[in-house]
Design a protein around this ligand. Sequence first.
Ligand SMILES: *Cc1c(COP(=O)(O)O)cnc(C)c1O
Length: 501
Amino acid sequence: MEDPTDAAGSLDPADWGALREQGHRMLDDLFDHLEGLRAHPVWQPIPAELRAGWRAPLPRQPAPLAEAHARFMAEVLPHSVGNAHPRFMGWVQGGGTAVGMLAEMLAAGLNANLGGRDQMPLEVEKQIVVWMRELFGFPATAGGLFVTGSSMANFIGVLVARTRALGEGARRHGLRDSGHRLVGYAGSSAHGCLARAFDMAGLGSDALRRVPVDANHRIDVAQLAATIAMDRAAGLQPFFVAGTAGTVDVGAIDPLTELADLCARAGLWFHVDGAFGALGMLAPGVAPLLAGIERADSIALDFHKWGQVPYDAGFILVRDQDDQLAAFAAPAAYLARDTRGLAAGSPWPCDLGPDLSRGFRALKTWFTFATYGTDAIGAAIDRSCALARGLAERIAAEPALELLAPVALNIVCFRHRGGAGDPRFGRRAADRAALDRFNADLVADLHEAGIAVPSTTVIDGRLAIRAAVVNHRTDASDLAALVDAVLARAALRLGADKTAS
Ligand SMILES: *Cc1c(COP(=O)(O)O)cnc(C)c1O
């Protein structure tokens, strides 16, 4: 490509024809990548010299676009997390789609700023809000907003509930002199971002009480009620309960109806962290398990997980948009509104959350839903749950493996039992640590071999190999490959240990 400064001082190319050709090559490379995913390793470690090559000084001079593209293909793409790959089951991450990718390109080409103003891109975002109201049975007064992810959506949920509890005055005075004694509640297996939200909201992470969960990893509602009563008796001010619809560790769904009842009785804000699970409403097999979510005051969810929309696409839905406005709207002369012209269309998204400049996350979400249809996305969600159940059956049938938690949705937690009769894997605490290490090593082995990417978590004090089936590309052969690889690597490690001793 020509020196980009040639085009009369702008960054547009001097030769659009050449750019067009290069652009088509880039698009084709990505189609090739998506089409051939399964043939490649899920992940490859980053060689030290490659990493070192990305500590260069500022590039003062231009370089050909083709060169940057070549570096992306050779150096970035092969060493990314690999969550698009069908054998990626680590953490809870979506696989994305080609349609989402194309929509993202259109959004970047448009370069819309969705902070506000009277523009069609905001109507696209409002379309998603309308769809989410419909999906969750929320009223027409509900407000919604795209954000980075559920960490931010949960934070917004906490802030809206906080303003609701303390009044708008607290936004000016802050919390220091308010004498507030706000406390909120979530199950012990709730996502860590909720405690961080309490921290960032100035309430302190200790103000989020972690309530014990039952044998199915669901919040114990009787204990929750007892804790609330105790806190009230101690002069604290309970204001917020977060139920989780799909916990990250095992995929448990808190008893949402019971939580809704309790919150209604106690006058508490009922928030649902539905980061990955809430879109289960699209799946006939999962939706009934989410009963009660329609009674939430706010729901945090991610389109980039089970919704298969490319990163990032988080969303917060608030039952009454006025609560959201009360928490965020602020006057500013340079953001004055009008009833006509581009400054019309108030309220704007910047009145509903902390961001002013915002990208067009709604477009890739709209394309994904409109193109595939939500039934297909729901079917992929149901399929991932069926795959998880199949994986659990296989694990139950393998004497060397054991399940560590019931499979409620799409997440399977298991481990290798270690060498039968191997003295290192007895019942003493030190041996438990060795067995934990053994399983963690198996997971790292699989990562480094590029075969499959499960992650780990800790269930009842024991390290678990965790497979979260989120990607629409994952099929039964991928899960068979995971189990085969775990067994083979374990045999290798145990065999190697025996030879060594
Ligand atoms: C993923 C997840 C989060 C965090 O969401 P991000 O989009 O990663 O910020 C919070 N809660 C649960 C239950 C999750 O699965």
